[in-house]
Ligand binder design. Structure first.
Ligand code: ARG
Length: 475
């Protein structure tokens, strides 16, 4: 046998390498490598989850007779003390100890002695980190779901306040038909409630316990994974040890739902930016949610929605990072997965911040009702109503469409609205037009006429609000 390739002074397992895994190593880790491979600078954020997982694991080991009760008690108590230390900000994190898991385990052994060294019996960092991350994702989902509910409640109040306010509804950003401002707010609410549903659906798949999968194949100890699952509030243990230590699809699902949520918030942002511009003037954002320009004294900028729109790119980037991180990995655990944390944390932080700031801003939006109404009366927004009027009088819809198109063309040449044309003028386009046409050409008449489930008449908007209130109680 050839001599191991290391200097005499650096025997394996000696002082030269004091890592928890240092036994087989003949020399200390290169400083560059230590700095390159460490994750404690960012995964320390998992400390609560890590401690909870370790405590459940230790209790289970005592239950199945692998640890004594006294050992398990020492571990649980020691971890409680470390919990308090970290919470107080006095815990010394060490890069040399690589990650959150080994920092806490080392501190435990320093505190309680040999029992601490037994904590890692029957587990690996591979199932440990997967467990921490699933617990984290579950907590993040619960937080975001709560924030979505508050934002949805704010939109509901706004919708109620503005159920009778008329604004132009747009297609192609061209004035299309009058709608209720409240109806528009309820549209936004629907979007984010679906996002909430997607997050909660992802939660079901995230909420399973990987611990017990050990490095990849399970462990020789008679562990009770169902017990640990129960302790940590998981719905049960995962089915397959190889899959459990490897896949991060639960984090990807989280980021996918978060991305879609951000796409929705970004679309609202775009509307708020347009609407608060003097060119539209539909809404005023409160001064305390805007910022000024350092050169142009008149400016009041909608930075909050602009940043929400901008941050959407970040969250989609986080999703992209996780997808690409996963795509080349053979089973089972690979160190690549250490890169899963920052995108997940970033998506969580960014979405939470956006939901919070929108939740505070939207209920304080001032709706400029007169400006909205004036805008809706421009752009022939009741042209479809005139066509529908002619249909009711017996004209086939296509012919009615054509006749009204011609009337609009005429009004354009006169630079007036359809409602400003005289009865004689209107009758040039269809002899079916009578005096009663004018009530159909008003904004309120147009709005009132769309009076069925899901449509924009104020009566229907109020019915939708009543349903939404009932639904909110069940969320
Ligand atoms: N810091 C690692 C991670 O985040 C923990 C698992 C490391 N496992 C290993 N065998 N090196 O993925």
């Amino acid at each position: 046998m050839s001599k191991p390739d290391h200097p005499q002074s650096e025997q394996p397992g000696t002082k030269s390498n004091q890592k928890l895994w240092g036994g087989r190593f003949a020399e200390s880790t290169d400083q560059l490598v230590e700095a390159f491979t460490e994750s404690v600078s960012f995964d320390r954020r998992l400390w609560r989850q890590d401690i909870a997982g370790s405590q459940a694991h230790a209790r289970m080991l005592a239950r199945v007779g692998v640890l004594t009760d006294a050992e398990a008690q020492a571990i649980v108590g020691g971890l409680d003390a470390i919990h308090a230390e970290i919470a107080a900000g006095s815990f010394q994190w060490q890069q040399a100890l690589e990650d959150v898991h080994m920092n806490i385990e080392s501190a435990l052994t320093a505190r309680i002695g040999d029992a601490g060294k037994k904590l890692h019996t029957g587990r690996s960092r591979n199932d440990q980190v997967a467990t921490d991350l699933r617990l984290y994702t579950r907590d993040a989902i619960d937080e975001l779901a709560g924030l979505i509910e508050s934002l949805a409640a704010g939109l509901l109040d706004l919708a109620e306040r503005e159920a009778d306010s008329v604004m132009p509804g747009f297609t192609h950003l061209q004035i299309a038909q009058p709608v209720s401002f409240g109806h528009h707010m309820l549209a936004w609410r629907e979007m984010i409630l679906r996002d909430r549903g997607r997050l909660l659906d992802a939660r079901k798949r995230a909420n399973l316990l990987p611990l017990g999968s050990a490095a990849l194949a399970g462990t020789v100890y008679p562990i009770d994974r169902h017990y640990v699952a129960g302790q940590l509030g998981f719905d049960g243990p995962t089915e397959n040890s190889l899959d459990s230590v490897s896949d991060r699809d639960f984090a990807i699902e989280f980021c996918a739902a978060a991305s879609l949520l951000m796409v929705h918030l970004s679309r609202w942002s775009e509307e708020l930016i347009l609407w608060s511009s003097p060119m539209f003037g539909f809404v005023k954002l409160p001064d305390r949610f805007c910022t000024g320009s350092s050169i142009m004294p008149q400016k009041k900028n909608p930075d909050v929605p602009e940043l929400v729109r901008g941050k959407t790119g970040r969250v989609i980037g986080d999703l992209q990072a996780l997808l690409v991180l996963m795509k080349g990995q053979p089973l089972a655990y690979n160190r690549d997965n250490q890169e899963d944390k920052q995108p997940l944390f970033d998506a969580h932080d960014t979405v939470a911040a956006c939901l919070r700031v929108f939740g505070a801003m939207l209920p304080n939006l001032t709706v400029e009702r007169e400006t909205c109404r004036a805008a809706a009366s421009k752009g022939f927004s009741t042209a479809t109503d005139l066509a529908d009027y002619l249909v009711k009088k017996g004209l086939p819809f296509r012919d009615a469409h054509h006749a009204v198109g011609a009337a609009v063309g005429y009004a354009v040449t006169k630079a007036c609205d359809l409602a400003d044309l005289s009865l004689d003028e209107l009758r040039k386009f269809s002899a079916l037009v009578e005096q009663d046409v004018y009530e159909r050409l008003t904004l309120d008449g147009s709005l009132r006429a769309r009076n069925h489930y899901g449509a924009t008449s104020p009566e229907q908007v109020r019915a939708a609000i009543a349903r939404a209130k009932k639904q909110a109680e069940r969320l």
